[in-house]
Design a protein around this ligand. Structure first.
Ligand code: UDP
Length: 498
């Protein structure tokens, strides 16, 4: 039987690509009626370290690398920049589907478009095939994007101390909300009502562009046949149920179906090329020599980096904590640029004098790390993470407790969710600062690491329980597996009989 083609359009960023590829593989493993074409855009920010994507090889997955496009000329916010950049890819996506995908398949079954690629829904409409959103963050965050307590275009007031958001169990501290979530002086309602004038509006200091990108993406979610979320219901039951309770403040009471099919984790790092295998081997060998659960792993996602004064402070905190550590360090890009962090050639540039000598055998510094493999190593006992959603899922999968150190994007609210809402993480500090990162002292780091590694073990126990639960969710008969089955039924239902 000839397979029908599903076209995936992921956002060109590690966290989005890896989970999209993992999703494609699971889909193909469960249903033999499809093949997948993944259209790969070039990242506007470059790649991190020596990592490049994608390298997956699967008989029924085909990658098509799209031509380069010009980046936007204006930088209002990273998300708006990315959204505009993806918009520039629209004609390439359309041409590629019409000229390279359609001639080679009996039918296109549908399009799976990433949460930031909603503009591609238009192409699915042109093709008269269903579109699905691939949402790479959690259901609680999806709930935040769909929630408009004061009407669409007006979200939260900065003067509120905390906000009730139905997808979170506890009131959310206003400072933990992503910067885009505020109603900037009534301007947003104006923007919303007069969207055709938007281009004429000044950017000002506030981030209306970033905000509107999110609002517009979330609006378009409603036009699709389903939202595929990388989560599992046992983790986010509050969020999942809140999306269905008909709350009148939600953008639409008629959500498309939400499929909770996670955690989708590239457990072995199979689909990320490590161009320098020797570096990976060195890390894993070092871990092999450490006692079980003795090492704290510090890693801050594909884009996390600190200036050298913060790096030095982390080094002091690590040393004072007395814990073993594996620390993935990146070099910040020049201020004001949106490039990815680079790799240090010499860590001594920022380390305190003789740090390396004193911590020899106890600690190791590295650049890009094979994170999932590291978290799965028996020597790892704790994780200091920026709280990207993939990192959270990976830590839960391997039962490694997190100290939350959010830096950018939705990481503060993810950190809040893990630590306070779900009791599955520890906060580095309890005060949320608007817009995220702030200088953290060596003493705060030392105390957090000791709590993580030497505390009463309550959070570790909960995280280990959740590890078992999430593995069950994706196994046969589990909740995510069932949701996956329903999704496949829906896609199959849209096929023309062949
Ligand atoms: N990652 C990795 N090595 C690193 C940093 C990140 O393998 O040194 C992987 C990590 O395992 C995760 C992804 O890159 O799968 C990062 O996704 P996440 O959502 O956690 O954060 P983002 O990079 O999107 O901020």
């Amino acid at each position: 039987m000839e397979r029908a083609e599903l076209v995936f359009v992921p956002t060109p960023a590690v966290g989005h690509l890896v989970s999209a590829i993992e999703f494609a593989i699971r889909l193909l493993d469960q249903c033999h009626r499809f093949s997948v074409t993944i259209l790969v855009m070039k990242s506007p920010f470059g790649v991190t370290g020596d990592q490049s994507l994608p390298a997956a090889s699967h008989t029924h997955i085909k990658f098509i690398h799209l031509p380069n496009v010009d980046p936007p000329t204006e930088l209002v916010s990273a998300k708006k920049y990315l959204t505009d950049y993806i918009e520039n890819y629209k004609s390439h996506v359309r041409d590629t589907i019409f000229n390279r995908v359609l001639p080679n398949t009996s039918q296109v079954a549908g399009m799976v478009v990433d949460m930031f690629c909603t503009t591609m829904i238009d192409i699915a409409n042109e093709l008269k095939v269903p579109s699905f959103i691939f949402f790479t963050s959690g259901a609680a965050y999806l709930g935040l994007l769909l929630y408009h307590p004061k009407g669409v275009g007006k979200l939260f007031d900065e003067s509120d101390c905390e906000s009730i958001i139905p997808s979170y169990i506890h009131p959310v501290p206003t400072n933990a909300l992503p910067a885009f979530a505020f109603n900037y002086g009534g301007y947003m309602s104006f923007v919303n009502h007069a969207r055709r004038f938007m281009d004429a509006l000044p950017a000002f200091a506030f981030n209306y562009g970033g905000y509107m990108s999110f609002v517009n993406h979330a609006r378009r979610f409603m036009e699709t046949k389903g939202i595929i979320v990388n989560t599992f219901v046992e983790l986010e039951s509050q969020a999942v149920h809140s999306l269905f309770d008909g709350n009148e403040n939600y953008q639409s009471k008629l959500h498309p179906q939400v499929y909770k099919i996670g955690p989708l984790i590239d457990i072995k790092g199979r689909y990320q090329v490590q161009s320098n295998q020797a570096k990976v081997d060195k890390i894993m060998k070092w871990l092999d020599d450490q006692p079980p659960k003795s090492v704290v792993f510090l890693c801050f996602g594909s884009s996390g980096s600190f200036d050298e004064s913060q790096l030095k402070e982390i080094a002091i905190g690590l040393e004072q904590s007395g814990q073993r550590f594996l620390w993935s360090v990146r070099q910040s890009p020049p201020t004001g640029t949106l490039a990815m962090p680079g790799e240090y050639t010499n860590y001594e540039d920022f380390l305190p004098p003789d740090f390396s000598k004193r911590t020899k055998g106890i600690g190791m510094l590295c650049g890009w790390a094979p994170q999932a493999e590291v978290l799965g190593h028996k020597a790892i006992g704790g994780f200091v993470s920026h709280c990207g959603w993939n990192s959270i899922l990976e830590s839960l999968w391997f039962g490694v407790p997190i100290v939350t150190w959010p830096i950018y994007a939705e990481q503060q609210i993810n950190a809040f969710q893990m630590a306070r809402d779900l009791g599955l993480g520890m906060e580095l500090r309890v005060v949320y600062k608007k817009d995220g990162a702030d200088f953290v002292t060596a003493d705060e780091i030392k105390r957090a690491l000791r709590r993580l590694m030497e505390g009463d073990g309550e959070i570790r126990k909960r995280v280990q329980e959740m590890s078992g639960i999430c593995r069950k969710a994706v196994a046969d008969g589990g909740s995510s597996s069932a949701s996956f089955g329903s999704l496949i039924e829906v896609v199959l239902g849209s096929l023309k009989i062949t």
